[in-house]
Design a protein around this ligand. Structure first.
Ligand code: HEC
Length: 164
């Protein structure tokens, strides 16, 4: 058994060493995250070589590209290259709209999300989007036939007086 003071000092030394190791670990992790940090909006270079933008498989089943869910048709390649760099193609395929609506979405992304000028491809892309993802057919139940409904007449309470 060491004398108590010496023992205390050795515990202190160990705690100090543990603290230094922790600071180094946390600092190291922070430094690693910092140097590996990537901007959420890819640079044009990164986009051009993005694996998302490069088709890996061209298999088409029922007019849908298996790899990404996009419809096959004129403009497919332009949409694949320009519209799947920042988000998945699903964001495209789950939206519907006429040409105007699609143009608005593109303008909005250009003004707020860093989408580039699409140049001549814009017309091709708009044609593709309007043709393959047009406004949803409204598929809701028929209106109720109001004349056929027996309405329950709400009482204001005045007819209750007869009962008293
Ligand atoms: C520079 C990056 C970038 C590119 C390239 C890009 N988008 Fe987007 N887009 C975004 C961001 C960011 C959002 C918002 C995502 C969210 O809300 O989570 C978005 C959202 C959308 C939405 C959803 C809009 C809504 O109203 O919810 C659609 C549809 C869309 N993009 C279609 C496209 C199409 C079509 C193209 C190709 C012409 C394209 N995007 C290219 C960044 C981009």
């Amino acid at each position: 058994m060491k004398p108590p003071i010496e023992h205390l000092n050795s515990v202190r030394r160990q705690v100090r060493i543990a603290l230094v190791i922790m600071v180094l670990l946390v600092g190291g992790a922070g430094w690693w995250l910092w140097i590996n940090h990537k901007s959420p909006v890819p640079s044009a270079d990164a986009v051009a070589t993005s694996p998302l933008a490069l088709p890996q498989s061209d298999e088409v089943v029922d007019g849908i590209h298996i790899q990404n869910g996009l419809a096959e048709g004129p403009g497919y390649r332009e949409v694949l290259v320009n519209c799947t760099a920042c988000h998945s193609a699903q964001l495209v395929t789950q939206n519907r709209g006429d040409r105007n609506r699609w143009e608005q979405i593109i303008r909005w992304m250009q003004e707020t999300q860093g989408l580039w000028d699409l140049g001549d491809n814009e017309l091709v892309i708009l044609d593709y989007l309007a043709a393959n993802y047009p406004p949803e057919v409204i598929n809701r139940r028929m209106n109720l036939d109001q004349a056929a409904i027996e309405w329950f007449v709400l009482s204001d309470g005045s007819d209750q007086e007869d009962n008293q």
